[in-house]
Design a protein around this ligand. Sequence first.
Ligand code: NAD
Length: 463
Amino acid sequence: MTIGGEAAPTEATFDVINPATGAVVAAAPDCGREQLDGAMESAAKAFRDWRLDEGARRDALRAVADVLSSSVDELAPILTAEQGKPLRDARREVAGAAAWCRYFADLDLPREVIQDDARALVEVLRRPLGVVAAITPWNFPVTLASWKLAPALLAGNTVVLKPSPFTPLSSLRLGELLRGVLPPGVLNVVSGGDDLGAWMTGHPVPRKISFTGSVATGKRVAAAAAPDLKRVTLELGGNDPAIVLDDVDPEAVADRLFWAAFANNGQVCSAIKRVYVPEALYGKVVDALADRARAVRVGDGAAEGTELGPVNNRPQFERVAELVDDAVRGGARAVSGGSARPGDGYFFEPTILADVSDGTRIVDEEQFGPALPVIAYRDVDDAVERANATHFGLSGSVWSGDPDRGAEVAARLECGTAWTNTHLVLQPHQPFGGAKWSGVGVENGPWGLLAFTELQVLYRSRG
Ligand code: NAD
């Protein structure tokens, strides 16, 4: 771990498993309570100076980006070993994190004059909040760490970062790589189980919790933050609908639909998790998706040519199997896949489920894995109503031969991002957040930066 700019060894450790093989790849440090106190104290101490010099922070963030860019060869294999994703995707993830840091390094911290007259000069400033507790999940450990670190640090906050116990290694290594780049205490990286996350959210030092993870944990985080009125940003689960309109060519959209559902083996908060298709096109869309699912190369992410890796961890692997079994027991048809792969590792065949409808668990819940239900609908109003009949509201998409018609329908989706003829496009300047139970607040863009600040009015009387 990295605390106060130095290595912080622990007595206790926990195993990290390579999901492609089931073998232990490393023993990760298990942070104790006193060590967490030390991390919080060092972050609080570092905050005193870090907040003062905006120019130095911008330079430091550019240096962080350079370290990420020059460490792709080192970090990507670590990420693949702990997460399972193909090496090519792991490399892209690390490079993307560098791009995010560069974007924020140049982003303006607004200082607005709202009154300038004989009575007063009144300005609105943005002050940093203090220590930020950053907690990330196991699907994109490096990406999601950068989404928090870059804006938090630019705004003048200091950070204690805790990755998921399933994927701690890339974040721990990043902490090591940045020891000489950031002043001691500005970024502390600790690792441990879910208890450690709860200790962080209940700790008196952090003034903000930036959390990405499941809805259930997000609610616990919100409850833990409430007594101390800590600020929170919650990026939570999704059950994104894709609505296919009756004017599409199924073959033309199948590839894009497939990859928007199965990227990262379906383990993306804003992946397509259910597809609504007009009755007239239903068979064609199902077949086109199943063709792609059968053709995709599933394997160890470290092997050349792998397109989809394993599910990241055993509980998630069992959950995907359980939801698919439940659907099939209820009458759904697995047109491709439908079962786990025999042998080592948490491999599940890419699964397209047909003859399934709302009210089935895999349609109503977030499956977060390589299984996609395809649902027939009668008319567009019916599809929109069913797409919105959920507590989730992360994102969604509409697919149409007429982009204007598609965008009109997309605007009716109750979610944070509604795409037309694409899905999963996330960019540093584009705010990302969930409606309803999918989150509170947004990340990215100027909006995401401001979420790591609070307003201060500076009033100079001239009277
Ligand atoms: P999770 O909620 O189980 O864990 C997320 C993190 O929270 C981990 O670091 C975990 O150790 C920690 N944690 C667990 N209990 C805690 C507690 N009581 N207090 C504080 N921290 C605690 O989620 P996961 O299984 O790692 O990730 C999958 C989920 O994340 C999916 O639901 C997915 O949709 C969601 N997700 C959302 C986004 C987004 O931006 N909206 C992005 C990626 C993933």
